[in-house]
Ligand binder design. Sequence first.
Ligand SMILES: [Zn+2]
Length: 532
Amino acid sequence: MNESTKILKVGIYERLSDEDRFKLNKDDDSESIKNQRNLLMAEIDKRPEFVLVDEYCDEDLSGAGTYRPEFERLIRDCENGKIDVVLCKSQSRFSRDMEVIEKFLHNKFIEWGVRFISLADNADTANAGNKKARQINGLVNEWYLEDVSNNIRSAFKAKMKQGEFISPFASFGYEISKEDNNKLIVDPEASVIVKDIFDLYLTGLGFTGIAKYLNSKNIPCPSLYKYLKGSKLNIISNRPREEIKWNTNAIKTILKNELYLGHLIQGKRTTVSYKNHKIKMKNQKEWIKIENTHEAIIDEETFNKVQIAMKERTKPVKINGIVHLFSGKVFCLECKHYMRKKNSKKHEYLVCSNNRDGYDDCINKSSMRYDILENLVLEAINEKIKKYYNQSELNNLDSKNKANRFLEKIKSLEKQKENIEKEISKTRNYLKNLYEDKVNGIITNEQFKDLITDYNKNEDKYSNQIKSINSEIAYYKMKEETSKNNDKIFSKYQTLTELNKFIVDEFVDKIYIGNLNKETNTRDIQIKWNFE
Ligand SMILES: [Zn+2]
């Protein structure tokens, strides 16, 4: 090696995506991680100044997705100067999202002094003339992804309808068959734990109780189990081991899952669009349910018993349970300690908690009957409502007018936004046509490049306009909300005949109970409202 050659620290990035997984049959692994890696390693061998410092690899994650842990680690290392060169098979492996390409290749990487090279499409940020080509690559990749994603969605749907399992991970208790990627088979170890969970619930243990029990026996929770079995899960490897435990939610999910009956229910969720991977729950009618697609772990009788028990056990707690009507809200007026609930045979009482036998901590000794307090609070709330209605007749008109004005403003802003969005989609279509013209040789490369530059300028302008409109809308929404907030609380209630926890929480902040005056047989009770 030449002495003067500067050593460059290289990070290679590989990605296996949804579209590959679906597109490929088992003999074709041209896009596989192994293949991408070989290609990149060969390139490093060819260039003496390149030294491999780290490999970053995201599997089963799509190029437009927002959650790519290894990608994020790569970016962090670039920022921290650990890496001089990012090497990929193609620009689309790095990202199919035009915004991401712009942000990193043409801004951040330059700022950090990082060079980007992708082999298949000959992109190299050290070569300045390359920029336009990279931008066009980015756009074409984005269109490709949109198209591919629609195809994948319909193909996945067809597979689901045939009862084929399409998720990359099997639920706890099952594993994906090695002979058939779309078939679930029983995992002998984990399925025993699933059976235990159902049995434990029927013996009367709750979700939390079961979780505690399993943790005390050191039984690995589903994600840890997956990890121990050799799945490469980044979520796990980045977290301290003692945090990865059974929790209430995991137990609940298992007890509700019809998969254990041998039925496959898929298509519960959908992503909003190919670029925005936010997940949305689908209407239950649209779920694709196929019965008896695999071996059951739980028999129907046990499963149904558990479902019924779950419904019964989650009924709301009565007043004599742990959470009473004024729980956490009643305090002693004299010493400000909370009032504890006390039951006798005949009645329920509240008593200052700052009273211990032998110590005279608080002068407030007499207890307050719970049902009497309940009636007092009910009366006070009813009075409050009446007073509000009388007052509101005067200022109602004014506040309604205000709220309406804000609403009108919001409407007109939303109209403006809609118009700009229409413009954006018009120019995008126009650009798509241009691209076809270029491919068909109707316009020259040079003309096309100029037009793309104009297009990028327009996009910036539009997105700034939308940003400022959005913040204006948020402002007026806030104004409108406050002007009608009081109306909202009161309009729900006319005259109340009975209290419940919800009403108490909405109206009452705190209740203070004073000492009983034995001569007049009266005591001071003050209610602090959530509003005036
Ligand atoms: Zn007290």
